[in-house]
Design a binder for this molecule. Structure first.
Ligand SMILES: [Zn+2]
Length: 293
């Protein structure tokens, strides 16, 4: 495997894991450090069913900054702090500056809000992240047909985050000095050119050449990939042959993340039979470099 492992995507206090249980889980898997990310979303946008709340910390909606800070204070050597306040808050840049100075926040993430990430509030926030040296880690998910489905009636309401992949093109273009880390179904299904025909967030089958994600990786040096969650793991698992070429080609811009407590991403990376130096990059070097540590 690798001498060192960094998980760039996890959260405090969810799925029955408090901060001690998360550190215990990291020890079991062999993870040295985790990027401990917030997820802040307004109640109006939160789409989870009542049953989902058993997986969340009832002291706060989802994973607010204070839970991240709690983790950082208890295990300063094991966590890197991430916080993504809503860009629509007019005080967002001032608050970010304070979070960096007071709490040592190093990542803007996870951003998962019901808004296009190329709107002026988002763009100005991302540019400021570039100035602060914070990479932006975002969740993208907006299924084809969302508009049509919601047009069917006044009670139709679908979750969506960020917009479609064209938004990522605009973000990278408008914020050349900011590093973006893509995550989520709407990011990863674009690895294949047939994404428009997909009816599921986790498409299976061989990857069709010419995916929009590949186009963007070619076009923008400031775009990185987060392998976390079912979406990231699935994008590799669906076509191991393609996955190997993909990781080799973009070996300096792909990073291990989990967004959970298992070793699914590690297992699929092991199957790809990658050279040791490439594994080192994906498992920790790229994550260290992007934070300039
Ligand atoms: Zn997440």
């Amino acid at each position: 495997m690798s001498s060192k492992i960094i998980d760039i995507h996890n959260h405090p206090n969810w799925h029955s894991h408090n901060i001690d249980a998360l550190v215990k889980n990291m020890d079991e898997i062999g993870i040295d450090k985790t990027w401990l990310l917030s997820w802040e979303i307004s109640e109006y946008e939160f789409e989870m069913s009542p049953s989902y709340h058993q997986y969340m910390d009832p002291r706060g909606l989802s994973a607010p900054l204070w839970m991240v800070v709690e983790g950082l204070q208890k295990y300063p050597d094991r966590f890197i702090g991430g916080w993504a306040p809503d860009p629509r808050d007019k005080n967002v840049r001032a608050k970010l500056k304070a979070a960096v100075e007071i709490h040592g926040i190093k990542v803007y993430g996870e951003l998962k809000c019901r808004m296009r990430y190329d709107n002026p509030d988002a763009i100005i926030t991302f540019r400021y992240c570039g100035e602060l040296g914070l990479p932006v880690l975002f969740h993208l998910e907006c299924a084809a047909g969302t508009l049509e489905k919601m047009s069917e009636g006044i009670y139709e309401w679908l979750p969506w985050y960020g917009g479609d992949i064209s938004v990522v093109d605009n973000m990278c273009k408008l914020c050349p000095d900011t590093k973006f880390i893509g995550h989520g179904p709407g990011f990863w299904w674009e690895i294949s050119a047939d994404s428009d025909d997909e009816k599921t967030g986790y498409p299976t089958g061989k990857v069709k050449p010419g995916g929009k994600l590949i186009e963007l990786m070619e076009k923008y040096e400031n775009l990185y990939c987060d392998l976390s969650a079912g979406s990231g793991a699935n994008a590799l698992e669906r076509d191991l042959e393609h996955a190997q070429k993909f990781v080799l080609k973009y070996q300096d811009r792909i990073m291990l993340g989990r967004d959970y407590f298992d070793r699914r991403q590690l297992d699929v990376l092991e199957k790809l039979d990658l050279p040791a130096n490439v594994m080192e990059k994906v498992l920790h070097i790229n994550a260290e470099k992007i934070l300039q540590v």
